[in-house]
Design a protein around this ligand. Structure first.
Ligand SMILES: [Zn+2]
Length: 447
């Protein structure tokens, strides 16, 4: 960590969203000095440097299910994606729902994580307050671990009162088996989908994934959250993050709450603005995810919010399952996109679909702000030297060596404009040209 070095003739994306050309001096893991000779509004043609991305929503399956993806392999995928910080979700086996389990998980990450990390605690009735050293608590309104879902306004309000930062999976599971007809009106507008459902599944009634977990579940969840929010005095309310926004309804609700001045933040994932339920039907289990992919109208609303700030930050919700699990009759839900996170967001920005200013917010700055992560997410003097070196030449999808144990490329049709050539974590080269450098460990971002 005591190393001092310089990156000369560098081109980096500064915190002003300009590309600066000059020298980066690094010492003790931090950026000591930035000497900018000149700045341009586009990156240089060769390589350029961006802040290491922050992925505020990943599911590394350790403890409990390391065969699906452990901490070491999951964080290797992160390095390949230019990601230098992950916030890990708590629905493990067993769930991270007590302080003792949080400590045990922290010890595993300290030993194995190749990138910086923070951990969530799973919220439950009567559960502890998340300590300062946690990212916050996660509420599952649909069962996602051994613990029961938390769905009622009274229970939500109790958790809101106790906690400082709360991220919610907003699908009320009570709508899963009975509520699908309620979302019929939206489906009916496009006509074709429902009729093909009836034709495709006449007897068994097995519905496509997005109808098994219908929009009504999202609407019901938002209603309960709103009721709980009103019951808690403003001073006692937490910061609230709506995880993986995927519907017009969530986007509208978050926009309204923000307008009214509430401390409400919105996250989405690349699959919610790159794909729709049609893609889910075409590609099957590979794109089966919770919450499900929705309509073109939803996709467009999510992407509009990505562009204009309705969405605060993007995460991957990296949720790996083995290929043989995905091939089963009732496949588990989840997309494993961590290793393409940087390339996807950078490509959209290079195409001009996202501004560089928005890119900085979406790829790390806002997640850092939301979850109280200090000194990360921007290239600036004094910050940790978490850097991704971006090269114009992306690997061809067919030749690409996939790192995640899910072993599936979620974006095979996406035309990548760039790839990550190297990733530095706390000033140390952790991954370069497809190879991991052993011995580089991340740090916990709290404390
Ligand atoms: Zn998740």
């Amino acid at each position: 960590m005591g190393m001092k070095f310089q990156i000369r003739n560098a081109c980096w994306l500064g915190d002003d969203a300009w590309f600066h050309h000059g020298t980066i001096s690094i010492a003790n893991g931090r950026i000591m000095k930035l000497e900018s000779d000149f700045a341009s509004d586009t990156p240089s043609a060769g390589e350029f440097i961006v802040p290491g991305l922050i992925d505020a929503h990943v599911h590394l399956r350790e403890p409990g299910q390391p065969y699906k993806e452990g901490i070491a392999n999951g964080t290797l995928a992160a390095l390949k994606g230019g990601v230098t910080t992950v916030l890990n979700m708590p629905n493990n086996v067993p769930p991270t729902a007590s302080l003792a389990r949080l400590e045990a998980k922290r010890a595993l990450f300290a030993q194995k994580s190749r990138v910086n990390y923070g951990l969530f605690l799973q919220a439950r009735i009567g559960g502890p307050r998340a300590p300062e050293s946690a990212a916050g608590v996660k509420i599952y309104m649909a069962k996602s671990s051994a613990l029961a879902a938390v769905r009622d306004p009274a229970a939500l309000a109790q958790i809101f009162r106790l906690q400082n930062r709360v991220v919610v999976h907003a699908e009320d599971e009570r709508e899963f088996s009975t509520g699908w007809k309620k979302s019929f009106h939206r489906v009916e507008k496009t006509g074709e989908i429902f009729h093909s459902v009836e034709k495709s599944f006449p007897q068994c009634g097995k519905l496509p994934h997005h109808l098994r977990r219908p929009r009504a579940a999202v609407v019901a969840a938002l209603q309960s959250i709103a009721t709980a929010w009103r019951r808690v005095p403003p001073k006692e309310r937490p910061r609230l993050v709506i995880a993986h926004c995927s519907t017009v309804e969530e986007i509208d609700w978050v926009r309204k709450m923000k307008r009214q001045g509430h401390d409400v933040w919105a996250e989405t994932c690349p699959h919610y603005f790159l794909f729709t339920e049609q893609d889910d039907r075409a590609r099957g289990p590979a794109l089966q995810v919770n919450p499900p992919l929705r309509t073109e109208e939803d996709r467009a609303a999510v992407f509009a919010a990505v562009q204009d700030g309705g969405i605060d930050f993007i995460s991957t919700d990296h949720a790996p399952h083995l290929p043989k699990e995905k091939a089963a009759d009732s496949p588990p839900s989840g997309i494993a996109g961590l290793e393409w996170f940087g390339p996807v967001l950078l490509t959209l920005t290079m195409r001009g679909e996202i501004s560089w200013q928005r890119y900085l917010k979406l790829a790390g700055q806002k997640a850092a702000q939301c979850y109280g992560i200090e000194g990360r997410g921007l290239v600036r003097e004094g910050a940790w030297a978490d850097l991704a070196i971006v090269a114009n030449k992306p690997p061809a999808a067919a030749q690409e060596k996939i790192v995640t144990r899910a072993a599936v490329h979620p974006y095979p049709q996406f035309e990548f404009a760039v790839g990550i050539r190297a990733t530095l974590v706390n000033g140390r080269l952790a991954w370069t040209d497809g190879r991991v450098r052993p011995g580089v460990h991340g740090r916990e971002v709290y404390g």
